[in-house]
Design a protein around this ligand. Structure first.
Ligand code: DC
Length: 222
């Protein structure tokens, strides 16, 4: 069976990582969460109080972003430290959205992402995977859902973590992040011409995964 690259792009809180993880498991492929890589750099800049792009760029050679498996789950690492919990906050998400606008930060991470995919058999999710990182990916999915549905999912996740979010603030945050992700000068989020759009606002998880597994099976048989 041929091995392929699956590129999954889409807005924040669209369920990209859940879908990508499930597909990677189904296919027996490696999963890479590129958002976690931007979040890990964001965490470094918060810890070192770096706000100016030139300072952030000057520190890149001191940052090693990696992944480890903990009880079968992928955790992001920053210079060897497991930072999976620390990177999943609203503050880090917002900083990630800001630092991802810096061209050199993108180039730094894109090179690592491309290296991870040289042997194919990979499912990678992010914002620019089908457009910049793997423009030749055999299967490209572009996920969407309405801002309200995404805000509700994000809200539920935060409540589950013990936080007490305000729904309107979460919705405003989703809208702000969409705006930044789609309007930045460097690799803005956009649908690759050959990407298949999956709007999951009204799909159950099973319906959605059946659709995606079907697309995967079709692609590897072509
Ligand atoms: O998917 P996420 O919410 O974990 O991503 C965090 C931020 O990182 C998001 O606001 C945009 C940025 N990002 C990016 O610019 N390119 C990617 N390939 C992945 C994420």
């Amino acid at each position: 069976m041929k091995q392929i690259v699956v590129a999954i792009d889409g807005y924040s809180s669209c369920g990209k990582s859940t879908i990508a993880k499930a597909l990677a498991r189904y296919a027996g492929y490696t999963y890479v969460d590129t958002g976690a890589m931007y979040r890990t750099i964001a965490l470094y800049t918060l810890r070192h109080q770096l706000t100016e792009p030139e300072d952030i760029i000057a520190h890149l050679d001191q940052i090693t972003v990696g992944f480890i498996l903990v009880n079968g789950a992928q955790h992001a690492t920053l210079n060897g430290e497991d930072v999976e919990d620390s990177i999943r906050t609203l503050e880090v998400g917002n900083r990630a959205s800001q630092i991802s606008q810096i061209k050199q930060v993108r180039a730094f991470l894109v090179a690592q992402q491309q290296a991870m995919g040289v042997h194919k058999a990979i499912v990678m999710d992010g914002r620019d995977i089908g457009t910049v990182v793997f423009p030749n990916a055999e299967l490209k999915l572009f996920l969407t859902a309405s801002p309200e549905v995404r805000a509700q999912r994000r809200y539920d996740e935060l409540v589950e973590k013990g936080e007490q979010p305000d729904f309107q603030a979460v919705l405003a945050d989703v809208n702000d992040r969409d705006y930044r992700d789609t309007h930045r000068a460097e690799s803005p989020l956009r649908q690759a011409e050959d990407a298949i759009v999956v709007d999951n606002s009204h799909l159950t998880r099973e319906e959605q995964m059946d659709l995606i597994y079907g697309l995967f099976d079709q692609t590897i048989q072509q």
